[in-house]
Write a protein that binds this ligand. Structure first.
Ligand code: ADP
Length: 487
């Protein structure tokens, strides 16, 4: 029998134990999908205080290693205990030292686990030192190139590194992600479009030169979603569960969302949701530019987010200014996130860049139609509605489009006699190309107009809910990469 591949999946976050963003979701679900393909995969992460407090099923294994399984699976997850992880905020001023320690401990822990992986799958800068110090093959996945883990030589020297260990030193510091891109056997990122984008100056964060150098070893694999976790049919965090055949129940979730956010209870008013890290990457400057204009529209907007002090304070002010139609919940709350996906009609993600994005995938599953900037994974996963002007001559009942008679096989919907969606059979959302505030505003306005046509709206919702972004295909692609890196 063929020996199964042994993979150690190293990540600083993993849902449900500890999640801050998309990588947490990936770490909690991709390994389960790979296990189903016969891979002997195990996850390793730091043992943070929060995990100690919340997850009593995590048991001591050996030495400083604790162990559990990913929920509803037999994928082992190891937690490394060390005083450097016992902090309130893992991204404090010691974060660089913290995660270089993590990288070293990953390798040191193997002797306790008594298991030798064929490949260590490293994720983001928090594990970027592993390819440099490991004799074991590595795959390095870029989940976000915006966070490079630039570290001073002063800190690196404390870990025994010397200048000549690094390809490039700038201002007495090293870009750890850059180094990992050079050292790893293979490199991947989380969508095909982002894999292309990061080769350009605009998206490469100064690493486009080495990414180009490694182009033949660079892959883009779109993230999958765990529908066991994100599913309006089974999600216990939402008020009323629903699926395509009873999608009208989604309205109860909207009314509930309005209620808990102390907004006016208005079933007909389009409600836009946003669940996001408050980081400039997420297009928040565009939001700020158009905010007052947006608030003139007949809509409601519910934001859930935490992060930058600037945007927390900004949205806090907007809470006061637009009490009846806007609510920002400035916290991290997985349950409320679900309720927003379930209650919102539209879901907004105007990202400046987006390696993959899970928000839009979750939104589609919950029938919240995404409005996205067409970049990275958003481009790969959301089919923007193609809206064109339509002339309708009601007098002679003859519908004309650019002076051509409309044929019946073209599913055509007029909104206020002005628009048609030419790709209604497959459109799942709304998208705009240029990173531009007016384009965002116009796209939201278009979406609001389409919302008035409930037949068209249902089509968009259902097209989205029918999408399959589960791990299946992407897990296979990772398996192929693991095989490639050992051969
Ligand atoms: P990123 O990884 O850049 O943060 P993604 O869209 O890939 O963005 O993934 C974000 C994940 O984190 C999604 O599951 C989203 O629902 C969740 N999330 C983001 N912000 C919050 C928040 N404030 N509260 C709860 N969940 C959040």
């Amino acid at each position: 029998m063929k020996k199964s591949l042994k993979i150690l999946f190293a990540s600083y976050e993993c849902a449900p134990f500890f999640k801050l963003g998309g990588l947490g979701d990936v770490a909690g679900s991709l390994p389960v999908a790979l296990k189903e393909l016969g891979v002997d995969i195990r996850v390793i992460m730091p043992y943070y205080n929060k995990i100690k407090e919340d997850y009593h099923e995590v048991k001591k294994y050996k030495s400083n290693i604790y162990q559990s399984n990913l929920p509803k699976s037999n994928v082992p997850i190891y937690f490394i205990d060390h005083k450097i992880f016992r902090v309130k905020n893992i991204f404090d001023k010691f974060e660089r030292a913290r995660f270089i320690t993590f990288s070293h401990l990953i390798l040191a822990s193997l002797k306790h686990i008594n298991w030798q992986p064929d490949v260590i799958h490293c994720n983001d800068w928090q594990t970027a030192v592993v390819p440099l110090i490991s004799k074991i093959k590595t795959l390095f996945t870029i989940h976000n190139i915006g966070y490079t883990g630039r570290t001073s030589l002063f800190v690196l020297k404390k870990f025994g590194f010397v200048k000549s260990d690094f390809d490039q030193i700038k201002n007495n510091s090293v870009n750890l992600m850059r180094q990992a891109i050079l050292d790893a056997d293979l490199v991947s990122t989380v969508s095909p479009t982002y894999a292309k984008e990061i080769l350009t100056k605009e998206y490469g964060a100064g690493m486009e030169d080495i990414l180009k150098k490694r182009k033949k070893d660079l892959y883009g694999i779109v993230n999958g979603l765990d529908y066991g976790m994100f599913n309006p049919e089974t999600d216990k965090a939402i008020k009323v569960r629903y699926e395509i055949k009873n999608i009208e129940r989604k309205l109860d979730n909207k009314l509930y969302l309005q209620k808990i956010n102390k907004l006016s209870i208005k079933p007909e008013t389009p409600l836009i949701g946003m669940v996001t890290r408050l980081a400039s990457q997420k297009g928040l400057d565009l939001m700020e530019t158009i905010f007052d204009e947006l608030m003139k529209e007949e809509l409601q907007l519910v934001v859930l987010g935490s992060g930058s002090e600037y945007y927390e304070s900004y949205f806090g002010k907007m809470n006061q200014k637009y009490r009846d139609k806007f609510r920002a919940n400035l916290k991290f709350d997985v349950g409320l996130a679900s309720q927003i996906y379930a209650g919102a009609d539209l879901f907004l993600m105007p990202s400046k860049y987006e390696p993959c994005g899970l928000g839009q995938l979750i939104a589609m599953k919950y029938g919240a139609v995404p409005i996205v900037r067409s970049t990275g994974g958003l481009k790969d996963t959301v089919d923007g509605a193609e809206i064109e002007e339509l002339n309708i001559d009601f007098n002679n009942q003859d519908t004309r489009y650019n002076n051509q008679k409309i044929t019946n096989n073209r599913f055509l919907i007029a909104v206020d006699g002005k628009f048609s969606i030419t790709n209604i059979n497959k459109a799942t959302g709304f998208s705009f190309e240029k990173y531009d505030a007016i384009d965002l505003l116009n796209t939201i306005r278009q979406a609001l107009m389409v919302y008035q046509d409930q037949t068209a709206w249902r089509r968009l919702q259902i097209n989205g809910m029918k999408q399959d972004w589960s791990w299946g295909k992407s897990a296979w692609e990772y398996l192929k990469l693991y095989q490639k890196s050992v051969n």
